[in-house]
Design a protein around this ligand. Structure first.
Ligand code: ARG
Length: 349
């Protein structure tokens, strides 16, 4: 509360509001944020996110105040609207949708998905199809009667649980919510035949937004993608889509040993395809060079305002060409896990 009043001087001195909040807590066991407190708190949670390289734009976050909604049906409908607003026809906008918080007498509903859009992953015959990162949710959805196609890029339904003792409800994402980009390579026509694609809006849905002691476990948020998240991790990691062998083979690389750097060469072409395809499709994506420069501008700007920028080096440095980016060549202010507001791992029910 003090930080809010300090950084937002139009709100006046914190004293009267602090007394009102303490009084409300005495009477009800909790308190309600004003809309301005919620909005600024959510932006601060982004600014405080030590793993995020994209924080330069923290002020531009669109905060949707949906605290009056607590039912699974309403949450699902507004998650769909979130994806439409965030996707914005390809000009991705950072958005957070804040649903009803935990109350002392009643925990809030939870979205079980890690992200609003994610691909299913499951065994078909002897072979794994899809995204291993989606395997647990796929199993859960199938237990609830979901019919899973045998596609490598099948969008998972939302599973939303209203209360700890009840079963989750299942919601199929409408087509107009999930913008996707088929992957092409600027120089290699065969690349399209690999049938790779990725979705446009990375919307994290399994973190709790904590502001001033109030916990919002249902507060999905998104930014735009940096290409390496898709090209160097989701499609490349051995425990994800594991595509480097296939790409190297199509490139005709010598894969007989590490020293031919075939993995590295395939990785660069895959990342180029991701950036090229999103750009062609008119969908916002950042390359790691640009996003690194922006991050250091953010650090410098915060420093001029007398504020530290806690950052986790191992998350900030991109997973390809680390040393080519300026974020590699320095250290950052230490991370305090108790810093709030923050997006924090969700407690079990
Ligand atoms: N790395 C995650 C993914 O590939 C998304 C994390 C959030 N990323 C972002 N650009 N806001 O799905």
């Amino acid at each position: 509360m003090r930080q809010f009043h300090h950084e937002q001087p139009v709100a006046g001195p914190p004293g009267p509001r602090l007394r009102a909040v303490l009084d409300e807590i005495d009477r009800t066991g909790s308190y309600r944020h004003t809309r301005a407190e919620l909005t600024y708190g959510a932006k601060l949670a982004w600014r405080n996110a030590a793993r995020c390289i994209g924080r330069l734009y923290w002020r531009s976050l669109l905060v949707r105040d949906l605290r009056h909604l607590a039912s699974a049906d309403d949450i699902a409908a507004e998650c769909f609207e979130h994806l439409r607003l965030a996707g914005n026809g390809g000009r991705i906008r950072p958005v957070v949708s804040v649903f009803a918080p935990d109350r002392p007498d009643r925990p809030a509903a939870r979205i079980l998905n890690q992200q609003l859009v994610r691909y299913a992953g499951h065994r078909v015959g002897g072979e794994f199809v899809g995204d291993p990162a989606g395997a647990a949710l796929t199993a859960r959805a199938r237990d609830l009667g979901w019919k899973c196609a045998e596609d490598r890029f099948e969008v998972l339904p939302l599973l939303i649980q209203e209360r700890p003792d009840g079963p989750p409800a299942r919601y199929e994402l409408p087509d107009d919510t999930t913008l996707e980009v088929p992957l092409l390579h600027p120089d290699h026509d065969w690349f399209a035949e690999l049938g790779l694609r990725w979705y446009a809006v990375p919307a994290i849905s399994d973190l709790t937004l904590e502001i001033g002691g109030v916990r919002y476990p249902t507060a999905p948020f998104n930014g735009w993608y940096m290409g390496t998240e898709i090209g160097a991790r989701n499609l490349a990691d051995a425990d994800r889509y594991d595509m480097l062998g296939t790409v190297a083979e199509r490139l005709g690389l010598d894969t007989s040993g590490h020293r031919t750097l075939w993995r590295d060469r395939a990785l660069i072409e895959l990342n180029l395809a991701v950036l090229h395809s999103f750009q062609q499709a008119g969908v916002t994506i950042a390359d790691h060079h640009t996003e690194s420069e922006r991050f250091l501008r953010h650090v410098a700007q915060e420093k001029r305002l007398g504020r530290p920028t806690p950052a986790d080096w191992s998350w900030i440095v991109p997973p390809v060409s680390g040393g080519l980016t300026p974020v590699y060549h320095r250290y950052y202010d230490p991370v305090d896990p108790a810093l709030r507001p923050a997006f924090v791992p969700r407690e079990a029910w």
